[in-house]
Ligand binder design. Structure first.
Ligand code: MCA
Ligand code: AMP
Length: 495
C-alpha cells in the first residue's frame, strides 16, 4: 500500500493504462503486480540503485522502491567511470535494479543485482506494514555544484507528494491526462514529474525513448494531452514547426505544453505560439526544491516568465546583504518591492524541499539561511502581479546545457587528470540549441597535437557523462589570471 499512488491500490483503476514505452505498456493492475513482486526482494535493503534507462523497467523499479519504503538512487546509464564510482561510494546502495539483459559496467559488478521483470504477476502492491513517515527518504538524486563531484539530494516522500499535488492544482492535471515526453529518468524532471506525476494522478505517460518531433506529433495526434520538455526540445520544435503542418496541428490540440529545467528563449516561445496557437507554459524548479513556481493553466503564459509560486511553497527575493526585497501574501500578491530594478536571489521554504545532501552536512548548512530558507542561487525580479522573471545565476561556474546542470569544476578536474593538460578552465557559452555549451580552455603540456581536442572531449565523456563533454576545446599558452592568481573566466568567454 502506498498513499503516494492511490491508483495502484486496485479497484476500478486496475484496467487503466499507466505506462507506455514504445510498444510496451502496463496497466495499473499490471504495474501493481510487477512492482509488488519486487517488493519482497528489496524490502530489506538500505538503499537501492536503479539503472535508469528510459524503459518500463526503470519505472517499475522506482515504483517498487517507493512501495517498499526503500530509497532509490537513479543512475545515469551513460555515467562514466569516475562519476559512477563517486555516486556508488557516496550512496552505498545494497543492490542494483536493472532490466534483464542490461550490461552493467564493472563498477557495479560487486553489487547484488536484481532483474526487473515487468511481466511478473505477484499479488499486487505489497509494502511495509506501516506507511513510511512523510519525511522518510524516497530518492537520492545527484546534482552538480560549482566545484567537486555531484552531491546526492535526499528527496523525502512528502516533497514528491506535495510538488505533484501543487502541479495538479496549477495545471488542472487529472487522471484523464496523457503525458508524452522523452526526458531522461535519472533526474527530477523526467522521473518525478514525468513518471511519478502521471502515476500519482492515475493518468498515463507515454515515453518516446528518445526525443524527436515525429514522436511528439504522433502521440499528441493520438490522444496525448500534455508535453513536458527542456528548452532544447522546444527549440528543436520551434525550428521545425513552421514547415510541418502535422506537428503544428498536433501541438495546437494539446491541453498543455510545459517547459522547464532552463530558460525558454522568448524567440522559441513566440515561434511555437505563432505556428500552433498554443503558448508554452514555463515552470521553475530545482533538484533540491522540486517545483517552485509555474504559470498556471488558467493564467497567462508570458514569454520570459516562470509564473507564480505553487500552492504551499514560500518564495522570497533577497539582496546580497540579506535584506529581504519581498515575498508573497497568502493570496499570492507580491509584497515588498517589485519591478525590474529589484533583483534578488530566490529563496524557498516548504514541504517540497529536500532534507539534506547525503554525507554533506557542510553543504546542506551552506545552502540554507539561518532561518531555514533554501538559497537557490537563481537571481530574479517580480512583475506587479507576482510573476517571477529569472534574470541570472549567482554562480558563473554552473552551466545549463540541454537542461542538464553541469559544474565547471568537475569538468576542469577531469581535464586536469589527462597527462597532456597542464591547466584548464571551463566556461558556458551561449548556444541556440543547448542554451549553453561547454567550452574548455586548455594549456597543454608541450604543443597541442592534432586530435587532442576531440580526445579531451572523449576523456570527459568517458569519465563523467557524454552530456558533460566540452563541445569546443581551445588551446592557449597561458590562462588569464588576476593579481591573486585566480583565473579570469570573463576574459576567456569572448576570447
Ligand atoms: C556525442 N555522443 C557522445 C560523444 N559525442 N557519446 C560519448 N562520447 C562522446 N564524445 C552521443 C551522446 O551521448 C548522444 O547519444 C548523442 O551523441 C547526441 O548527443 P548530444 O548532442 O549531447 O545530445 P542530444 O542527444 O542532442 O540531447 C539533447 C537533449 C538532452 C535530448 C535535449 O540534452 C536531454 O535529454 N536533456 C534533458 C536534461 C534533463 O532532463 N534535465 C533535467 C535536470 P545518445 O543519442 O545515444 O544519447 S533539471 C531538473 O530536473 C530540475 C528539477 C528542473 O527544473 O527540471
Ligand atoms: P538542477 O540543479 O539540475 O535541478 O537545475 C535547477 C536549475 O535549473 C535552477 O536553479 C535554475 O537555474 C534552472 N531552471 C529550472 N527551470 C528553469 C526555468 N523554467 N527557467 C530558468 N531556469 C530554470
Amino acid at each position: 500500500m502506498s498513499s503516494l499512488f492511490p491508483a495502484l491500490t486496485g479497484g476500478s483503476a486496475a484496467q487503466r493504462p499507466a505506462l507506455r514505452f514504445g510498444d510496451r505498456a502496463l496497466t495499473y493492475g499490471e504495474l501493481a503486480a510487477a512492482a509488488g513482486a519486487l517488493v519482497p526482494r528489496i524490502g530489506a535493503a538500505g538503499r537501492v540503485a536503479v539503472w535508469a534507462t528510459p524503459t518500463l523497467e526503470t519505472a517499475v523499479a522506482v515504483v517498487a522502491a517507493l512501495l517498499a519504503g526503500v530509497p532509490a538512487v537513479p543512475l545515469n546509464p551513460k555515467s562514466g567511470g569516475s562519476e559512477l564510482g563517486h555516486i556508488l561510494s557516496d550512496s552505498a546502495p545494497s543492490l542494483v535494479l536493472a532490466a534483464e539483459g542490461d550490461r552493467l559496467p564493472d563498477g557495479l559488478a560487486e553489487l547484488e543485482r536484481v532483474d526487473v521483470d515487468v511481466d511478473a504477476r505477484g499479488s499486487g502492491p505489497a509494502g511495509p506494514a506501516a506507511e513510511p513517515e512523510p519525511a522518510a527518504p524516497a530518492l537520492v538524486v545527484y546534482t552538480s555544484g560549482t566545484t567537486g563531484p555531484p552531491k546526492g539530494a535526499v528527496v523525502p516522500r512528502r516533497a514528491i507528494a506535495s510538488t505533484l499535488d501543487a502541479l495538479a492544482d496549477a495545471w488542472q492535471w487529472t487522471g484523464d491526462d496523457v503525458l508524452v515526453h522523452a526526458l531522461p529518468l535519472f533526474h527530477v524532471h523526467g522521473l518525478i514529474l514525468g513518471i511519478l506525476g502521471p502515476l500519482r494522478r492515475g493518468g498515463c505517460v507515454r515515453h518516446l525513448g528518445r526525443f524527436g518531433t515525429e514522436g511528439v506529433a504522433r502521440e499528441l495526434a493520438d490522444g496525448a494531452t500534455m508535453l513536458f520538455g527542456v528548452p532544447t526540445m522546444y527549440h528543436r520544435i520551434a525550428e521545425t514547426v513552421a514547415g510541418d503542418p502535422g506537428l503544428a496541428e498536433a501541438l495546437g490540440r494539446a491541453r498543455l505544453l510545459v517547459s522547464g529545467s532552463a530558460a525558454l528563449p522568448v524567440h522559441d516561445h513566440e515561434r511555437i505560439g505563432a505556428a500552433t496557437g498554443r503558448r508554452v507554459v514555463e515552470r521553475y524548479g530545482m533538484t533540491e526544491t522540486l517545483m517552485i513556481t509555474s504559470v498556471r493553466a488558467d493564467g497567462e503564459p508570458r514569454a520570459g516568465t516562470v509564473g507564480v509560486p505553487l500552492p504551499g511553497v514560500e518564495v522570497r527575493l533577497v539582496e546580497e546583504d540579506g535584506t529581504v526585497i519581498g515575498g508573497y501574501d497568502a493570496d499570492g500578491t507580491p509584497n515588498g518591492a517589485y519591478g525590474a530594478e529589484h533583483v534578488g536571489e530566490i529563496q524557498v521554504r516548504g514541504p517540497n524541499l529536500f532534507t539534506a545532501y547525503l554525507n554533506r552536512p557542510d553543504a546542506t548548512a551552506a545552502a540554507h539561511t539561518e532561518d531555514g530558507w533554501f538559497r537557490t542561487g537563481d537571481m530574479a525580479v517580480r512583475d506587479a502581479d507576482g510573476y517571477v522573471r529569472i534574470v541570472g545565476r549567482k554562480a558563473t561556474d554552473l552551466i545549463k546545457s540541454g537542461g542538464y546542470k553541469i559544474g565547471a569544476g568537475e569538468i576542469e578536474n577531469a581535464l586536469l587528470e589527462h597527462p597532456e593538460v597542464r591547466e584548464a578552465a571551463v566556461t558556458g557559452e551561449p548556444d541556440a540549441d543547448l542554451g549553453e555549451r561547454i567550452v574548455a580552455w586548455v594549456v597543454p603540456e608541450g604543443p597541442a597535437r592534432p586530435g587532442l581536442g576531440a580526445e579531451l572531449a572523449n576523456h570527459v565523456a568517458d569519465r563523467l557523462a557524454p552530456h558533460k563533454r566540452p563541445r569546443a576545446v581551445h588551446f592557449l599558452d597561458s590562462l588569464p589570471r588576476n593579481d591573486m592568481g585566480k583565473i579570469m573566466k570573463r576574459a576567456l568567454k569572448h576570447g
